[in-house]
Design a protein around this ligand. Structure first.
Ligand SMILES: [Zn+2]
Length: 287
């Protein structure tokens, strides 16, 4: 496997960003990747150990450095710890052992200035997950959308901290699911209405098709929606769906060759579409 120095969140078509860094990194020459690594090694730690941070806080696996006081964001910090707990408790994903560095900027101006100076290869996005040769790094800035941005990018960081490979659809499906605050995950995600409407018309996510999409540029809004829907089915559908996802993640964590989730679910449901339709047809917030 070629050196993979940096892997920002590859959400190509999300409103928070639009570029495809993973695709660009994969097409880059090894020299460029090597230079990229030097850039991260040379500037990241030097910058990180500066005194300019208003607050430094450790929360679960995250070492958070912020240009602003974190007290008003306590709920968000609790959420991040909660996502790690849920990944472990619900899906048996091992907890990240290495620290994940999170850099939070006062506003878009200082965030953009930093990216332009130290990570000029990274296309602009409102928030970023970057996997360097050291710990994973998350960058974001203070805004109304910071909570969802941070929960999304930190989910990527937690997955990549312990899984040698994360299939792209599942990486984004889990990040989409966990970017919602806990009370919104099951019934309040903006994807739900569209997924239910499509299910009513007989249109359901095509898991094998998603599994074939390994490049960020192959993931558009529709694929993010469908990846979220399949994670929702796994977590709130029949118990076998969750059990198979747990086993799949366990195999991915071990580094063993893992049969795709579609093959595992097919043992229970030779036709997945009617099961998905049934799941979303009846899925309504209880009164
Ligand atoms: Zn993402």
């Amino acid at each position: 496997m070629p050196p993979q120095v940096a892997t920002p969140c590859p959400n190509v078509a999300r409103p928070r960003g639009s570029a495809s860094m993973v695709g660009r990194v994969r097409r880059a020459s090894w020299v460029r990747r090597w230079l990229w690594g030097l850039c991260l090694i040379a500037f990241g730690p030097a910058w990180a150990t500066g005194d300019e941070w208003t607050e430094v806080r450790t929360v679960g696996p995250f070492v958070i450095r912020a240009e602003f006081p974190l007290a008003p964001w306590q709920r968000l910090l609790d959420d991040l710890r909660g996502v790690q707990d849920d990944l472990t408790r619900v899906l048996a994903v091992p907890a990240a052992k290495q620290p994940i560095e999170v850099y939070l900027f006062q506003g878009e101006a200082s965030y953009t200035a930093y990216l332009r100076q130290y990570l000029p290869q990274v296309p602009y996005r409102r928030a970023l997950y970057v996997r360097g040769q050291g710990p994973g790094m998350v960058f974001a800035y203070q805004s109304k959308r910071l909570p969802e941005d941070l929960r999304h990018e930190c989910t990527h960081a937690m997955l990549h901290a312990v899984l040698p490979e994360v299939p792209l659809w599942l990486d984004e499906g889990l990040a989409e699911y966990f970017e919602q605050p806990i009370e919104q995950r099951a019934y309040g995600c903006p994807h739900l209405a569209a997924v239910r409407r499509r299910a009513w018309w007989g249109m359901t996510p095509d898991l094998p098709d998603l599994e074939r999409r390994t490049l960020p540029e192959q993931m558009d809004k529709a694929q993010y929606r469908d990846a979220w829907a399949l994670v929702h089915f796994a977590l709130h559908g029949p118990p076998e769906a969750r059990r198979e996802l747990r086993d799949y993640l366990s195999d991915l964590a071990s580094g063993a060759t893992a049969a795709p989730l579609s093959a595992r679910w097919q043992r229970h449901w030779p036709e997945l579409s009617p099961v998905l339709r049934h799941h979303f047809d009846r899925w309504q917030r209880p009164n």
